[in-house]
Design a protein. Structure first.
Length: 507
């Protein structure tokens, strides 16, 4: 793309709005779930499917969605994804029973899988100057990172003061405004399409393999790691994904060219981001339960309690990451960023029943947000480092996939650790709790002990993410001039500093 698109900053508004909608949806539904379950008569056993149906469709179809964006064109895929997401949201809000609700959630996930890679790759090809790109993705990253916590606040308000159905209906105006804006404002650069025939075996193997993997972790959380179906899912996933890799190495037009994965810098980004998301997801879950059950916060108060993390992410992303991204090599932002987040997480290992919010939880969240915001900026800018523009969509999808799988692993793994630590603590101290009050106190103390045990693991995972970022990522600071080669087709990516794409958290 030789000339800069004069409407690129307007386009950023609509793309960021769409991303906010997808990220909001991940947490807004969690808060509405108890009310929706009661209204629709969903059993406790099937309740998790309201979350799982979305996660499976989204995680399973991301690579396919990214390839569709490369094939159809990113703008068209983006608009179709938005309209489909709005329709699925309307269906969810109008749900009269369990089947309708689960179908709507699966549809939301499927259209989200079209939307997310298209949005990321669109933004990447529109901002071709390194400094402008850093600023654009700083804004985008802050929205994507903080959107989950905004979802908690909005979900709390809508559920408490209106009705759970509004947590679905609220997506419709977002989607309509973003789709109309995208249609009239976005001008996609020419030459970035990949018109090769679709790799059907790759689509089938990757979708089934990812669905089996995400479902395996989701099931492990509720049924345990030794459950026969859980083990079967992991085995099936390993076989399917191995077959997918073999297929991609042999077919003429692969769904996911293996060069996208084998580049050292991209590999470092996928691994370190995936690990960081494992830690973050676990924390969101535990802190939400701690504030509501142990501290007695309402849903709205819980949402507001996450604000320091949003503030930290915005500062880390738009002030630290954006300002330093063009001045220092990415690893010198990512390594210290993940370590800063680990220090914030370390503070939370000190949680007690009577822990002061202002004294411990607030500073811990600020450090977490600052660290994550600072690390995500350069990580995202490297995510499709040197990738052929025709593969931009599928490379963006690869990062979303690593984050989606990271989220599933984080929730299942850390929840299991917390649950077993809680059980062990209650068993050890049960003899001393004779009165009803003492038993209730023991339950709460056990929960807090479980959260602390799991958060120690999250600290270790963030330290590992930092080590991987510093070890694997060896590229220098990006050039500050225009990004070359947006319309070119250099597939190797060896040492290429051009065509930097920036995928971000999506659920």
């Amino acid at each position: 793309m030789s000339e800069t698109d004069p409407r690129r900053w307007k386009a950023l508004v609509f793309i960021a709005l769409a991303q906010l909608m997808v990220v909001l949806d991940a947490t807004i539904v969690n808060i509405a779930l108890p009310s929706a379950q009661q209204d629709l008569g969903i059993s406790d056993g099937n309740r998790q499917w309201v979350i799982t149906a979305y996660a499976l469709a989204f995680g399973g179809l991301l690579l396919f969605g990214g390839r569709i964006a490369d094939l159809w064109g990113r703008k068209r895929t983006f608009v179709v994804g938005l309209i489909g997401f709005a329709a699925a949201s309307a269906l969810g809000g109008a749900a009269t029973g369990e089947a309708m609700m689960l179908g709507a959630r699966a549809l939301q996930g499927a259209f989200g899988a079209l939307l997310a890679p298209a949005a990321l790759s669109l933004l990447a090809v529109m901002f071709t100057d390194a400094k402008e790109r850093a600023k654009a993705f700083g804004i985008y990253g802050a929205i994507a990172g903080g959107g989950g916590a905004v979802g908690l606040i909005l979900g709390g308000f809508l559920t408490e003061y209106l009705d759970w159905r509004w947590t679905f209906f609220v997506n419709i105006p977002f989607a309509i405004v973003a789709a109309a804006g995208a249609y009239f404002v976005i001008r996609e650069p020419a030459g970035g399409r990949n018109r090769s025939p679709l790799d059907i075996p790759g689509v089938v193997l990757s979708t089934l393999g990812l669905v089996a993997l995400v479902y395996g972790f989701t099931r492990a959380e509720s049924e345990g790691w030794s459950d026969a179906t859980t083990i079967g899912m992991f085995v099936a996933s390993a076989v399917l994904l191995a077959a997918f890799v073999l297929t991609e190495a042999k077919v003429k037009s692969p769904l996911l060219p293996l060069r996208v994965l084998t580049d050292r810098n991209r590999g470092g980004v996928y691994l370190s981001l995936g690990l960081a998301i494992i830690a973050m997801f676990g924390l969101f879950l535990f802190l939400t339960y701690y504030l509501q059950i142990v501290k007695g916060f309402s849903p709205v108060e819980t949402g507001f309690a996450f604000l320091p993390m949003i503030v930290g992410m915005i500062i880390g992303s738009t002030q630290i990451g954006t300002r330093l991204m063009t001045r220092v090599p990415p690893r010198l932002l990512m390594g210290p960023g993940f370590l800063t987040a680990a220090v914030g997480m370390l503070l939370l290992t000190q949680l007690q029943i009577d822990t002061s919010y202002a004294g411990l939880i607030l500073p811990a969240q600020l450090l977490l947000g600052l660290g994550m915001g600072t690390a995500f900026m350069p990580a995202m800018s490297l995510a499709t480092h040197g990738v052929d523009p025709r593969d931009a969509g599928v490379a963006s999808a690869m990062v979303n996939t690593s984050q989606q799988v990271g989220g599933a692993i984080g929730t299942a793994l850390l929840n299991t650790i917390a649950a077993s630590a809680t059980t062990a603590y209650i068993t050890d101290h049960a003899a001393g709790a004779t009165s009803q009050g003492a038993q209730k106190l023991l339950q709460l103390q056990g929960m807090v002990e479980g959260y602390a045990a799991a958060i120690w693991w999250a600290v270790g995972i963030l330290v590992a993410a930092s080590a991987i970022a510093v070890t694997f990522i060896n590229t220098g600071k990006p050039d500050t001039g225009p990004v070359a080669g947006s319309g070119s087709g250099s597939g190797s990516g060896e040492g290429a500093e051009h065509e930097v794409k920036i995928p971000v958290i999506a659920h």
